[in-house]
Write a protein that binds this ligand. Sequence first.
Ligand SMILES: CC(C)(COP(=O)(O)OP(=O)(O)OC[C@H]1O[C@@H](n2cnc3c(N)ncnc32)[C@H](O)[C@@H]1OP(=O)(O)O)[C@@H](O)C(=O)NCCC(=O)NCCS
Length: 236
Amino acid sequence: MTDSQPGYEFRFLHAEHIPQILALQDLVIENLTDKENYYKESIDYFQETLIGEESSLGIFMQGQLIGYNLVSFPKMKAHNLGLDAGLHEKDLLKVAHWGPAAIHPAFQRQGLLKNIITRQLHKLTNKGYEHILLTVAPRNYPSLRFVLQQGFLIKQLKLKYGNLLRYVLHLNIKHPISNPVCRVSVSGADLDSQQFMLNLGFYGYAVREGQNGVELLFGHDGFSGQILTRHTGKGG
Ligand SMILES: CC(C)(COP(=O)(O)OP(=O)(O)OC[C@H]1O[C@@H](n2cnc3c(N)ncnc32)[C@H](O)[C@@H]1OP(=O)(O)O)[C@@H](O)C(=O)NCCC(=O)NCCS
């Protein structure tokens, strides 16, 4: 696989890489300020994911794994995040799950994750996948901002992985543009109001710094010309 960042090598991950993946996963979790931001996957998860079609990518430096983004294909299984995002049954076979993703702390903020997902998006599109879904922890604003910038929309906020609250985000590859006619901003900490907006059919499309801290912007395509407010929310 070609390499646009000198010194790094991008390779598809297979079962033989699992020991390196587990070691990197532990290191990344050790360095997290908020441990709930990353759900530690088991060896079984990696084994099951890496026997499927080639899509999970790793970045290597001098043979050492320094980053990864797993891709899996849930097909019609109950854990298909497309069900949480309200996709039609016929679309579930076109779903790819992204994550977990991790970059070695010494190599973060160098565009490596961006590089990995650009390659993966290209490949998934060529293979005919149309929907990418992933989860992000509510307080993980850097990751949330990043995926929203890539065109993902927040479709759900619910307990996943046993008992961890997660946003479920959806990228419609063929129709990535959102152009909400109705917009509401809600405090990043006010998860009840966010859940309320999502239940009304709104989707989250951006994160911004507001006067009182982080705010999430929610949009709706169905009510033309209205601006709604709730609690700390204001149009924006
Ligand atoms: C999330 C993670 C995989 C991002 O990897 P990365 O290679 O550092 O990301 P990139 O350099 O490609 O940056 C992509 C964007 O993410 C955002 N971002 C990532 N880390 C950030 C941070 N610490 N602070 C602010 N923004 C951040 C930025 O928007 C960044 O774009 P920018 O640099 O142009 O502003 C990495 O930080 C990580 O391993 N974090 C710990 C594990 C984790 O939280 N995984 C996600 C849940 S599975």
